[in-house]
Design a binder for this molecule. Structure first.
Ligand code: ZN
Ligand code: ZN
Length: 349
């Protein structure tokens, strides 16, 4: 067994605290990664606090993992010791269902194995990236260019692919008018990608204070969503709107902004269902859709695109000793735009 150190929640009401545990010795196709950085995703907070009702403890969260390969199994072909690599939200899937065979492992019909808080095919509880190492099948490990700042790359493994995949699926690019709702960890990546793909991008926000930042990140226009007149001016004009907000909010005000055949895609996951005025869909043949992360091939494609176009997340680096304070600040949306843990802090006080 491999010895691991990390920070875990022991139950839903306790703060994260130091925790020692073991991981499996590498099997034939496994890669052992020494973790350098791990992003702090809002899911980590929902999960450790059992806000989705399916938590298994003790739980070491973290699924935006960057590190270096330290060992490989005998059958590993894509990586060698010393390579910089990334691990995201899932670490296994069935590999044989229609979705897996179509490189859409995230929609595996048998069910994916989450990077933390799930039982894997060996019956072991998975533990995430708020730790010094991880053992993962190479199919779920990504090559990371050393051209980019590794701390800024970490959030690409969840926030990046979550926004990149739907923008690609619905072919956002030149000549398209695209809206991004919410400017947080997900939203700021959606904005960067939509801008980079050549679309005309409109950022929606509730806060005047975010206008300058949205423009810096690539918005052509910023609309304050509380301003009914400003919203009305945008009616029937969008090809695609990416909604990154996970708090319950009114979708109808946005649906009416889509053109005929426009698509509204939800990537935030509110904990209560929205009320939809079906007229907003029927009368313009609009679609309401959703999307979650991306397949392994597409995730690699996204990482390569980011290396070619010099795209990383805007991050605030913290030592792991400040993780509980960082959770509180994420809940208050007080971060620009992602906390990333420097895992070198783990052995320090
Ligand atoms: Zn995430
Ligand atoms: Zn499958």
């Amino acid at each position: 067994m491999i010895q691991s150190q990390g920070y875990a929640a022991q139950q839903s009401t306790t703060p994260l605290a130091p925790f020692s545990f073991t991981r499996r010795d590498p099997k034939e196709r496994d890669v052992v990664v020494e973790i350098e950085y791990c992003g702090v995703c809002h899911s980590d907070i929902h999960s450790t606090r059992n806000e989705w009702g399916n938590a298994i403890y003790p739980m070491v969260p973290g699924h935006e993992i960057i590190g270096r390969v330290t060992a490989i199994g005998s059958g590993v072909s894509r990586f060698k010791a010393g390579d910089r690599v990334g691990v995201g939200v899932i670490v296994d899937s069935c590999r044989t269902c229609a979705s897996c065979r179509n490189n859409e492992e995230q929609y595996c019909e048998v069910g994916v194995t989450l990077t933390y808080g799930a039982y894997d095919r060996y019956g072991e509880l998975t533990q995430g990236g708020y730790s010094n190492n991880i053992v993962v099948d190479e199919h779920f490990v990504h090559a990371i260019s050393t051209k980019l700042d590794p701390a800024g790359v970490a959030p690409l493994l969840c926030a990046g692919i979550t926004t990149y995949s739907p923008l690609r699926h619905w072919q956002v690019g030149p000549g398209k008018k695209v809206g991004v709702v919410g400017l947080g960890g997900l939203g700021h990546m959606g904005l960067k990608f939509a801008h980079s793909f050549g679309a005309h991008v409109v950022q929606f926000t509730t806060s005047e204070s975010k206008i300058a930042d949205a423009k810096r990140l690539g918005a052509d226009e910023v609309v304050i969503s509380k301003n009914a007149d400003a919203m009305k001016k945008e009616a029937n004009s969008f090809d695609f709107i990416l909604d990154t907000v996970s708090a319950v909010h009114d979708l109808n005000a946005y649906l009416s902004l889509l053109k005929r055949d426009g698509v509204y895609c939800q990537v935030g996951l509110p904990d209560r269902p929205p009320v939809i005025n079906m007229g907003n869909l029927l009368f313009k043949r609009r679609s309401l859709s959703g999307s979650i992360i991306g397949g392994m091939a597409e995730t690699q494609q996204m990482l390569d695109y980011c290396a070619d176009h010099n795209i990383v997340s805007d991050v605030e680096i913290i030592p792991i000793q400040r993780i509980n304070e960082a959770f509180e600040r994420v809940v208050k949306a007080d971060v620009k735009y992602r906390f990333v843990i420097d895992m070198a802090s783990l052995g320090k006080r």
